[in-house]
Design a binder for this molecule. Structure first.
Ligand SMILES: [Mg+2]
Length: 418
């Protein structure tokens, strides 16, 4: 018996929520993101309404580029708190149909509804019910892909947006994929796609015709084999509700590209402090630290380190982040953006406290508790650590909350530093 997997993806989520909150925005190009500053803004687009997409505006694009394409769009700063609330309500609806919900980001998830078919009907029927309930409860549309695997469901949900429903019957996967462009291969980053291009691959059909050894030679053993299966629509990865993909972090785009590494490091320290504060405010700790650097020209690198236990204090995060930055850095390049995030998050109470928890860590926690109380009273940034103070000052502009959003298009197997 084949599985039934739904991939549910909210349409232009942040922008749609804003249009819902202010009906005068309906039908107008809406861009949620950083301040465009009359075209001089240096952040990025977080979400674009479908009206804005007609101008070629899309998420992760520089906000200045969006402005150039459509200065008359409505530009809004993200209201993450609001989106989180809506997200929770939408996920609550998913939970009415199955316990097997694997979030990919704030606005998309896989649902394994194999065991729910008897109760609610076949996959497409469940998809229609979910779409109806989301619209009724939240006045928002979702697009759904229905298939026997995560991979095919994910591709299907994107083909008929907005308000789409695309069903791929078991056994039809390869025919369904055949004519699609290879850029839809979920889990392949820009470098992998370049590689496919040099192999003369334009579509899934082309890729499915490549012998296994060519794929292994091009992508390595594990990924080559994986791609060999995926391009045929074969994917037996389970929907894992407990999979921890969420991350929490802060990043900042400088007013102008910086060569001054001392200033970049000081900024990173401040971001570590704010991330630690945000983790503790949510009762979370994380054991994976990621540092992100974006150079002039927009090229981005990330470096990641896994710790043997989850942390949420500046004292624990900063030394790791500092080393990661040193590893990622290319001193000849000027820095446009720096960021830090923690992932593999666990509830703080569930944090494994080693028998040998060093006294130092307890002290960190006491310091952290004081910092938290001060921040509560006076707002974040009230406490500037001596080290930061000595180094002098902060980066200009308020840091952007990278929130708990992980791009749904990045498979964890791909560390693509391009
Ligand atoms: Mg979406």
């Amino acid at each position: 018996m084949s599985r039934t997997v739904l991939h549910v993806d909210m349409d232009a989520f942040f922008a749609s929520v804003e249009q819902r909150e202010d009906p005068s925005l309906r039908g107008r190009p809406v861009v949620v993101g950083s301040d465009p500053q009359g075209g001089r803004g240096r952040g990025v687009v977080a979400a674009a309404s479908y009206e804005a997409r007609r101008y070629g505006i899309h998420s992760a694009q520089p906000i200045s580029e969006a402005w150039r394409r459509c200065p008359n769009a409505v530009y809004l700063r993200p209201r993450r708190h609001l989106y989180s609330e809506v997200s929770a309500a939408v996920f609550e609806i998913f939970g009415r149909y199955t316990d097997l919900v694997e979030p990919l980001s704030i606005d998309e998830a896989f649902l394994d509804v194999t065991g729910s078919r008897q109760l609610f009907g076949p996959g497409p029927e469940i998809a229609r019910r979910i779409k109806r309930e989301v619209r009724a409860a939240e006045d928002l549309t979702a697009s759904v892909g229905v298939a026997a695997s995560k991979f095919v469901a994910k591709i299907a949900s994107d083909l008929d947006k907005p308000d789409g429903l695309v069903v791929v019957s078991p056994g039809e996967e390869r025919a369904f994929l055949a004519s699609l462009e290879i850029r839809r291969l979920w889990g392949a980053g820009p470098r992998a796609l370049d590689r496919f291009r040099t192999l003369g691959v334009a579509t899934f059909r082309d890729a499915a015709e490549l012998p296994l050894d060519v794929l292994v030679e091009s992508f390595g053993e594990a990924r080559g084999r994986r791609f060999h299966e995926l391009v045929r629509g074969l994917d037996d990865r389970p929907v894992r509700p407990d999979r921890e993909r969420k991350s929490l972090g802060k990043e900042i785009t400088f007013d102008h590209d910086l060569s001054d590494r001392d200033r970049v490091r000081r900024t990173l320290f401040g971001l570590c402090e704010e991330t630690a504060l945000a983790l503790r405010a949510r009762g979370l700790a994380g054991s994976t630290v990621t540092v992100k650097l974006r150079w002039e020209g927009f090229e981005t690198v990330t470096r990641q380190a896994s710790l043997d236990r989850a942390v949420n204090t500046t004292e624990r995060i900063w030394p790791v982040a500092r080393d990661l930055m040193a590893r990622a850095d290319r001193p000849s390049r000027r820095v446009r953006l720096v960021g830090v995030s923690l992932s593999s998050l666990v509830p703080e109470a569930g944090r494994q406290l080693s028998l040998f928890t060093v006294e130092g860590e307890r002290r960190d926690e006491r310091v952290a508790a004081v910092v938290d109380r001060l921040a509560e009273r006076f707002g974040p940034g009230a406490v500037t650590r001596a080290a930061l103070l000595e180094a002098g000052g902060r980066a200009a502009g308020a840091p952007a909350d990278t929130g708990t959003v992980e791009s749904g298009n990045v498979d964890p197997q791909e560390e693509d530093p391009s």
